[in-house]
Ligand binder design. Structure first.
Ligand SMILES: Cc1cc2nc3c(=O)[nH]c(=O)nc-3n(C[C@H](O)[C@H](O)[C@H](O)COP(=O)(O)OP(=O)(O)OC[C@H]3O[C@@H](n4cnc5c(N)ncnc54)[C@H](O)[C@@H]3O)c2cc1C
Length: 586
């Protein structure tokens, strides 16, 4: 068994992980473990922008940004955290600029800014230009810039290392971090990384759904590993469905398309968002637009032969403007649907996009073992975490911001903690459990097939836990998930080898997906109200009296929640500083 020692170990080399690594790497011995090559992380697929109230092109300030974030999240946002993010946004953008990121510029040479959903001037009066961008490749530029700077600061990368377990040890009655167990793809060997601090930055879990903008690798590993070690998951019922996925495929067309003037129309050519959000129309927050689109289709105003999508119309924009500001996504429409956006509207429908929930942390990115107990040495940032700055619905461009602000905070805090702490002693053979799981999967004669189970999971999640939910659809989904978990116990794989055994890792990832799908659905069943991305047709109203709280889900063999054995649900108060919940109108 190889044992490595680092002051700080960061799990994940997306935007959050690498932003953390830049801070930690300048202060202390830091390693980044990542299952993908860093520049293949999903942050690189992000398109439209990263927001900050720079006020470069229009009047703006961080207080308006805070308010928009809270209102956009339907008042489930922890307001202290939203204030931190909106204030630090400005430096987060300037940090990237100094690191060399090629933002689009105004004629005067300032960083240019454009509109995005839910970002408004003066508390909702009109859309404001707040998103900084590099054409529609903002995430790509962020990821490359961060990687180059990690290299410059001598951060060590362990590429294609899958972290499959977290080592927590009890010291004086309190759980502390001792390190992680990682699987090396090339050799099939397990490695122990002993470290004083661990930062989880493993990204999202979009692959529980079939129609999704997320990459194949977004299987919620960090969330599942933490959950299995007794750490709660917060607000998992809130999943964002992005309005404009390419119809039938889910590939994302950035909201920047609407920010640049694109319009959604139904089969009759009607700009239907005028009915749903009269003030900011197509630039309403994503939950509202996605639901409005789904509603148009339900009521028979969908376009296409099956009337099952709506149309994104860019035809009134100048082709030169489209080429300059939206080159990649218009190319997607040509390549994948054979549609020419200069002259034809593009078929679109909501696609599973972003997990608002995740591992609970405070504003210093410290992971919480319950509502307020910090686990010393353990940090989380990015989509895997729930700070909670997005509440029940994230605004566009707030995630690239989140990963930079809280990635930086996590890196600093992890290095500071490591500077004052000793290594926690490793337990005897900490790899035993995960080694046994891997061995039994690798040698199993089971008759069940990974891809088939995953497909059935994704189908039921798309059908029953999507934009519209009811008690009945959620219960059905839980029944199916329970059967799939039984089938999973009998899963067999083809590749019995040790080298580059992706078959084996997909089996492990499927285990994560099944577990997280259950948590999402149980949490959704518990929340008998509609708020943000979670819409219950049987409880259509937001219910602040009974549900103005975060959901905390724990793995607990002794408990039962909503009829599901092994899950315990608890609640956590929402932090309200300045903005009392109000009706959400746009
Ligand atoms: C198509 C698309 C477009 C988007 N556009 C925008 C946008 O314009 N603006 C915006 O604000 N947001 C956007 N988002 C959302 C945003 O990009 C993501 O939420 C954000 O980039 C997530 O960053 P992250 O660092 O948390 O995770 P990721 O970038 O997903 O990185 C996760 C990292 O964790 C590693 N990892 C995962 N599991 C393991 C494991 N078991 N062991 C080791 N390593 C592991 C991976 O290798 C990877 O390096 C978009 C998302 C998508 C999918």
């Amino acid at each position: 068994m190889k044992i490595h020692q680092y002051d700080v170990v960061i799990v994940g080399a997306g935007g959050a992980g690498m932003r953390a690594a830049i801070e930690a790497g300048q202060r202390t011995r830091t390693a980044v473990l990542t299952k993908l090559y860093p520049t293949r992380s999903h942050t690189g697929a992000a398109q439209g922008g990263m927001c900050a109230a720079l006020a470069n092109v229009e009047e703006d300030n961080w207080e308006w940004h805070t308010f928009d974030t809270i209102k956009g999240g339907d008042y489930l946002v922890d307001q202290d955290a939203a204030e931190v993010m909106a204030k630090e946004a400005i430096d987060a953008v300037l940090d990237l600029e100094k690191m060399g990121l090629p933002f689009n510029r105004t004629p005067e040479g300032k960083i240019d800014q454009r509109r995005f959903g839910g970002h408004t001037r003066d508390h909702g009066k009109a859309p404001v230009r707040r998103a900084c961008y590099a054409a529609d490749r903002t995430g790509h530029m962020i990821l490359q810039t961060l990687y180059q700077n990690c290299v410059k600061h001598g951060v060590e990368f362990y590429n294609e290392f899958y972290v499959l377990d977290l080592i927590l040890t009890e010291v004086d009655g309190r759980r502390r971090v001792a390190g992680v167990v990682a699987y090396e793809l090339a050799t099939g060997e397990l490695h122990i990384f002993q470290s004083k601090s661990v930062v989880f930055a493993t990204g999202g879990v979009g692959k529980v759904f079939k129609t999704t903008s997320n990459a194949h690798t977004l299987t919620g590993d960090g969330m599942a590993v933490a959950y299995r070690r007794g750490i709660p998951l917060e607000d998992m019922e809130f999943f964002q469905f992005h309005p404009t996925g390419l119809a039938g495929l889910g590939i994302l067309l950035s909201e920047a398309a609407r920010g640049e003037g694109g319009i959604l129309r139904n089969a009759d050519g009607e700009r239907f968002m005028e009915r749903y959000a009269p003030t900011i129309k197509d630039l309403a927050p994503r939950d509202i637009v996605a639901r409005s689109m789904a509603n148009e289709v339900r009521e028979g105003r969908g376009a296409g032969p099956n009337k099952d999508y709506v149309l994104l119309d860019l035809t009134h924009l100048e082709p030169e403007h489209i080429d300059a500001k939206l080159p990649d996504i218009t190319e997607f429409a040509r390549t994948y649907l054979g549609v020419e956006p200069y002259t034809e509207p593009v078929p679109v429908f909501p696609t599973a996009h972003y997990a608002m929930g995740g591992i609970p942390t405070n504003v210093d990115s410290e992971v919480l073992a319950d509502n307020d107990t910090v686990i010393p040495g353990l940090f989380a940032a990015g989509e895997v975490a729930c700070v909670s700055v997005h509440g029940s619905n994230r605004l566009g461009t707030n995630s690239l911001l989140d990963i930079n602000v809280f990635g930086k905070r996590a890196g600093k805090a992890a290095a500071a903690y490591a500077a004052g702490a000793d290594y926690v002693e490793l337990p005897e053979a900490p790899e035993t459990e995960i080694a046994a799981t891997l061995e039994s999967l690798r040698t199993s004669d089971g008759s069940e097939n990974i891809a088939a189970i995953r497909k059935d999971l994704q189908d039921i999640m798309d059908a029953n836990v999507q934009v519209f939910r009811t008690e009945q659809t959620l219960r059905e989904a839980l029944d199916v998930i329970a059967t799939l978990r039984e089938r999973y116990a009998n899963v067999g794989i083809h590749d019995r080898g040790k080298r580059f055994n992706l078959d084996l890792l997909e089996a492990v990832e499927l285990g994560f997906l099944l577990e997280l799908a259950e948590v999402i659905t149980v949490s959704a069943l518990h929340r008998k109200e509609s708020r943000g991305g979670h819409f219950r047709e049987d409880y259509e109203k937001r219910d602040d009296e009974n549900f103005m709280h975060h959901t905390m889900a724990y793995l607990d063999p002794e408990s039962e929640a909503e009829g599901v054995r092994g899950v315990r649900l608890d609640t956590k108060p929402v932090v309200v500083t300045r903005y009392q919940p109000m009706e959400r109108k746009y």
